[in-house]
Each structure stands twice: as structure tokens, then as C-alpha cells.
Design a protein around this ligand. Structure first.
Ligand code: HEC
Length: 163
């Protein structure tokens, strides 16, 4: 009973109640406590593991670009990593695309091509958006063709920064 000698269980009444609990209920409490502990450990491992996150940071300029990206709702029509709206193309690798790249992006932004609205960005805003897309491009490939599946079921993806 020594483990009951602290906190809440130290009052005589609470101790009595715990003793009166059916064995099944006690078993459930232990099982749930173990599950919660496993859940916490699992989350800790997943969210603190740096092995599976891209090693890239947004520069202040790229952050400004990201802000413009969000404010102007580029995401409603474009995707990054395949996620977003589908009216326009995915822009994950537009920066390094052999026929596209920074000059092409620059030309696109204020032109109003087809259903893409005509924006009125100034030069530094255009530069910021291009910088944002440059760093996004460095994080990886979309779509990913260079991936392998291990016998364990784990999928190995090729990241750009490993090049
Ligand atoms: C209303 C929908 C819409 C919004 C909002 C939009 N775009 Fe577009 N965008 C398009 C469409 C559609 C195309 C394809 C036009 C074409 O190929 O002729 C396109 C093309 C592009 C391209 C060229 C892509 C390529 O691979 O050829 C770039 C770069 C681009 N958009 C950037 C942006 C940015 C940055 C924003 C936000 C500031 C934005 N777009 C907002 C619809 C949109």
C-alpha cells in the first residue's frame, strides 16, 4: 500500500474508495495509463525526430514571400507538394524546372494569364515570392519518382538536400 501514501490517495476516504474498486476497473485504469504513456512516448519520438524533416530554413525574404503567398491566396489555385487548389499547376519545382525558373515566374506574376488573376506586385515583392519558391524547390521533388519501399514497408524518399 506504500504507493498510496501520497497526494490524493493519502486521505483515508479516497484510499477506501480505491480499495473498493472492482479488480476489473483497476485493470482498465492500468491499461489506459500504459496506453497514454505509450502515446506520449510515440509523439515525443515523432515530433522531435529531425531525420525526416527537410533541413531548410526560410530566409527573412522568403518569409515575406510566404506571407504574400498566403495573403494573395495563391494556394486556392496552386499546390505545393501536391496540396492546394487545382486550377493552376503545382509550383513545388517550378523554380528548377528546365523550361521555367525565376525569370519565367517573374514574368507570370503580374501578367494575368488565363484564369490566373493579374497581380500588381512591385519588384521586391516579386523577388520575395521567387525566393520563397526557390527555397520550397530545395525541399524536395513533387511528384516524387525517386522513392523505394523497404521490406518493412518504410518508404524512402529522395530529398533534394542530399544531392
Ligand atoms: C484564380 C486562380 C489563381 C491564383 C489565385 C493564382 N494563380 Fe498562378 N496560375 C493560375 C493558372 C490557371 C495558371 C496556369 C496558366 C497557364 O499555364 O497558362 C497559373 C500559373 C502560374 C505560374 C506558372 C506555373 C507554370 O508551371 O507554368 C506561376 C509561377 C504562378 N501561377 C504563381 C502564382 C502565385 C505566386 C500566385 C499568388 C500570388 C498565384 N499564381 C495565384 C491560377 C492562379
Amino acid at each position: 500500500m506504500s504507493y498510496l501514501e501520497f497526494g490524493y490517495f493519502s486521505t483515508f476516504k479516497a484510499r477506501l474508495q480505491l480499495l473498493k474498486m472492482p479488480t476489473d476497473t483497476k485493470k482498465y485504469i492500468v491499461i489506459i495509463a500504459i496506453l497514454i504513456a505509450l502515446f506520449l512516448v510515440y509523439n515525443y519520438i515523432i515530433y522531435t525526430n529531425e531525420g525526416y524533416t527537410a533541413k531548410v530554413e526560410l530566409s527573412p525574404m522568403a518569409m515575406e514571400g510566404q506571407l504574400l503567398w498566403q495573403k494573395n491566396n495563391c494556394w486556392s489555385c496552386h499546390q505545393l507538394y501536391g496540396l492546394g487548389g487545382y486550377l493552376g499547376p503545382d509550383l513545388t519545382n517550378v523554380y528548377s524546372h528546365p523550361d521555367k525558373g525565376p525569370v519565367y515566374i517573374n514574368a507570370f506574376l503580374n501578367s494575368g494569364v488565363k484564369t490566373m488573376p493579374q497581380f500588381h506586385f512591385n519588384e521586391s515583392e516579386k523577388e520575395a515570392i521567387i525566393e520563397y519558391l526557390r527555397i520550397i524547390d530545395k525541399t524536395g521533388y513533387y511528384p516524387i519518382f525517386d522513392a523505394s519501399i523497404e521490406p518493412s514497408g518504410w518508404v524512402n524518399i529522395k530529398y533534394k538536400y542530399e544531392d
